[in-house]
Ligand binder design. Structure first.
Ligand code: ADP
Ligand code: MG
Length: 294
């Protein structure tokens, strides 16, 4: 065709299921030497399921009450963990109580008021000073088997722990291998999740470098640190929690199918087909186009 190489690279990327927002994006993608990946919804399918419901004996709740309480608080959240908890409650046929005063803290969890009591659902990091009998043991046991532990607090007191498990995307390992070949180094997993669950999944995908327990601004700080070392970083993510890192990166690619609006707006390219393996394919295209231009 008579199209300039970078434009035809955009068209080709589109055929692969990746929408680049400008020709500059293809130039930037051609320069990438470091890839950072989010975990939940990016390396994994992002449709985690509740596998364990563990009320703390001291709280006197049964399993359904604990699940229903967590689901009522999580109902407004678009986080994959929230969706897993709400679906589990539906599967158990539980009616959800009305929740008020909903707030969500990216990378942490949610808070809502239910029947006049404050309910917090989120990462074990929210436990801070409010550790109750048996909570830490339950959390550790779940995380050691690659699960994400979600803690539930009522009026600041832990009442139970839920275990949630997600699966790697079927093309996670081939994508990691292709990205490693293209850049000469293994991609780095950046996640807000706990270190043990993250390493368990990373190892399955062939990733050796993991930075866990990161808040959204920590993901962006990691990206900026590499940039300061002269690296050109591609960030791949899907969530609101990835937006700062997508913005800080030399180039950002968002996964479109389950991606949050903020991630899609912040990224400079969007994977519209729900396949992670389109990312190395497009990096390869970008490099080929640059060779034609130079
Ligand atoms: P990732 O980086 O793996 O996509 P996030 O940054 O979205 O993970 O979340 C990090 C951690 O914060 C989760 O593993 C979970 O512990 C907690 N979290 C965030 N949002 C929620 C929520 N709505 N409900 C429960 N836990 C949450
Ligand atoms: Mg995510």
């Amino acid at each position: 065709s008579t199209m300039p190489p970078l434009l035809s690279a955009i068209a080709n990327a589109g055929r692969h299921g990746v929408l680049a927002k400008s020709a500059v994006v293809m130039e930037r993608l051609a320069q990438i030497d470091t890839v950072a990946l989010d975990k939940t919804g990016t390396l994994t399918e992002g449709t985690p399921r509740v596998t364990d419901i563990r009320p703390l004996r001291t709280a006197g709740l049964d399993e359904d009450t604990l699940l229903g309480l967590a689901a009522a608080a999580e109902h407004p959240s678009e986080h994959p963990l929230a969706r897993a908890i709400v679906s589990a409650a539906h599967e158990h046929g539980l009616p959800l109580a009305k929740a008020g005063g909903f707030t969500s803290t990216p990378g942490r969890g949610v808070t809502a008021v239910i029947d006049g009591r404050t309910v917090q659902v989120g990462s074990p990091a929210i436990l801070d000073r409010a550790v109750g009998a048996g909570t830490e043991e339950a959390v550790r046991e779940l995380e050691d088997t690659g699960r994400t532990a979600v803690v539930v607090l009522r009026d600041g007191v832990p009442v139970g722990v839920l275990g949630v498990a997600d699966r790697l995307r079927p093309d996670a390992a081939v994508t990691v291998a292709a990205l490693t070949r293209l850049t000469g180094r293994s991609p780095v997993l950046l996640t807000g999740d706990n270190d043990r669950a993250a390493r368990y999944l990373a190892a399955e995908a062939g990733i050796t470098e993991v930075r866990a327990g990161l808040l959204p601004q920590d993901k962006a700080a990691a990206v900026r640190q590499w940039a300061a070392e002269g690296r050109r970083v591609l960030m791949i993510g899907d969530g609101v929690n990835d937006a700062p890192a997508l913005a800080a990166a030399h180039s950002g690619i968002a996964l479109g199918k389950a991606g949050s609006d903020l991630a899609l707006e912040t990224a400079d390219a969007v994977v519209v087909r729900d396949e992670l393996a389109t990312v190395p394919a497009v990096l390869h295209l970008a490099r080929t186009a640059r060779r034609l231009v130079v």
